[in-house]
Design a protein around this ligand. Structure first.
Ligand code: PLP
Length: 433
């Protein structure tokens, strides 16, 4: 039990620098958040030592008395956080991440080479929803299953439900996936259920990005219509990095679905659960159930709306002109600026954002947009007034990027890099401020 700083000062130093970066910078990555100290303590606990393949009461290792208690508690809290009746819904809390949760869900619901439909990646979908390129199938969801992406309406940039319905009639998917990584509007789960039912397909929602807002009832409820709901636990839900799979228990072959999901997680896709992470999920879900989390989620949305309206006020273009959730998608193409350039300049300013495809983009490497999210800043108690200041910083970052672009290889760029990498100088402190 010698502390890390003594055993490995090199790693300790990297952690210290990252702590400094997270707390002095402005974190605007929509998929990130700042989890609580309590959750981090649980995540860094002695539970990391324990193997417990299997499920509570049916393990392949001894010594799981307390781990069983923990996993049961985590399941109970997960159902409570999403206001679910335990006679109608069950949950598997073992997935290591959102991607493994999704692949396990696909494994549970489909046979190899069955057909699925998800929102295309360039339109805001996730890799695990069947993404492939014209050249290559590079995700397991497209290698092991046949996938047809649906898209946004070219004018409104909202999900094109009419086109989706027509595609589904022809493609006849076994699974329809909703949910996204970069979609600023809410979903019509009822409409999707009608399409899925007509085709005899499962309806699955991957609410990874929005699950904290769903728990706080700030968005439509996917549990009303979906058969399976997956999520990460570290985005708006503000927990450790992991995944959850919820499954219906009130269907005709409910027991079958439950055992299919559980067997897909272990042994099909994973080995022993990470019990330290499950403890951290349980603690985070306790916090989600607190009324303070509801206020947090409301503020996340209010902050995202403010960020959107401030940027529009500066004359910028947003995809769908605003947001219903925690993220805004900023289309930089009218400025002749790429998302990668603005991301780099913002990095130098201590503002962390990510380049993102916007509808119609042809390159994922050099896309024309930026995705911004307010979950982490709201965790630092920022409200609308603070967000207006953040929007003004972003405006300055754009002006600077445009100036640098005009003046390629310029002295200004070199000076800027120097300033931003010379700790302690007056200008450096100014930049950091
Ligand atoms: N699903 C969606 C919608 C996501 O946006 C992401 C990640 O950003 C994932 C799944 C994958 O989660 P993880 O990175 O935990 O594997």
């Amino acid at each position: 039990y010698t502390p890390l700083a003594e055993i490995d000062p090199v790693v300790q130093n990297i952690i210290d620098k990252e702590t400094w970066r997270q707390f002095t910078g402005l974190e605007l990555i929509a998929s990130e958040n700042l989890t609580s100290l309590a959750a981090m303590q649980a995540n860094g606990s002695i539970l990391t030592n324990k193997y417990s393949e299997g499920l509570p009461g049916a393990r392949y290792y001894g010594g799981n008395e307390y781990v069983d208690e923990l996993e049961q508690l985590c399941r109970k809290r997960a159902l409570e956080a999403f206001h679910l009746d335990p006679s109608k819904w069950g949950v598997n809390v073992q997935p290591y991440s959102g991607s493994t949760a999704n692949f396990a869900a696909l494994t549970a619901l489909l046979q190899p080479q069955d057909r699925l439909m998800g929102l295309g990646l360039p339109d805001g979908g996730h890799l695990t929803h069947g993404y492939y390129t014209a050249k290559k199938k590079m995700t397991a969801s497209s290698i092991y299953f046949q996938s047809l992406p649906y898209a946004l309406h070219p004018d409104t940039h909202l999900i094109d439900y009419e086109a989706l319905s027509k595609q589904a009639k022809v493609f006849k998917p076994r699974l329809l996936i909703c949910g996204a990584s970069a979609y600023p509007r809410d979903w019509d789960y009822k409409g999707l259920k009608e399409i899925a039912s007509r085709e005899g397909a499962w309806l699955m929602c991957d609410m990874a990005h929005t699950s904290g807002l769903v728990a706080a009832q700030e968005l439509n409820d996917p549990f009303e219509y979906c058969d399976v709901v997956t999520t990460t636990t570290h985005k708006t839900l503000r927990g450790p990095r992991a995944g959850l799979i919820f499954f219906r228990k009130d269907l005709k072959d409910a027991a079958d679905l439950e055992s299919r999901v559980n067997l897909a997680v272990f042994p099909a896709c994973q080995g022993g659960p990470h019990n330290n992470t499950i403890a951290a999920i349980a603690t985070s879900l306790l916090q989600v159930a607190d009324p303070a989390f509801k206020a947090y989620a409301k503020q996340v949305v209010a902050n995202a709306r403010t960020l959107g309206s401030e940027l529009v006020g500066e004359g910028y273009k947003l995809q769908t002109q605003g947001t219903d959730n925690h993220l805004v998608l900023w289309d930089l193409r009218p400025l002749g600026l790429t998302g990668s350039k603005l991301e780099k300049v913002c990095d130098l300013m201590g503002i962390t954002i990510n380049k993102n495809a916007v509808s119609g983009d042809t390159s994922a490497q050099v896309p024309g947009g930026i995705r911004l999210g307010t979950s982490a800043l709201t965790s630092r108690d920022m409200t609308e007034e603070d967000i207006k200041t953040v929007a003004s910083f972003l405006h300055r970052a754009v002006q600077l990027s445009l100036q640098l672009q005009k003046d390629a290889g310029s002295k200004l760029l070199k000076d800027f890099v120097k300033v931003a990498t010379t700790p302690g100088s007056e200008s450096y402190n100014k930049v950091k401020e």
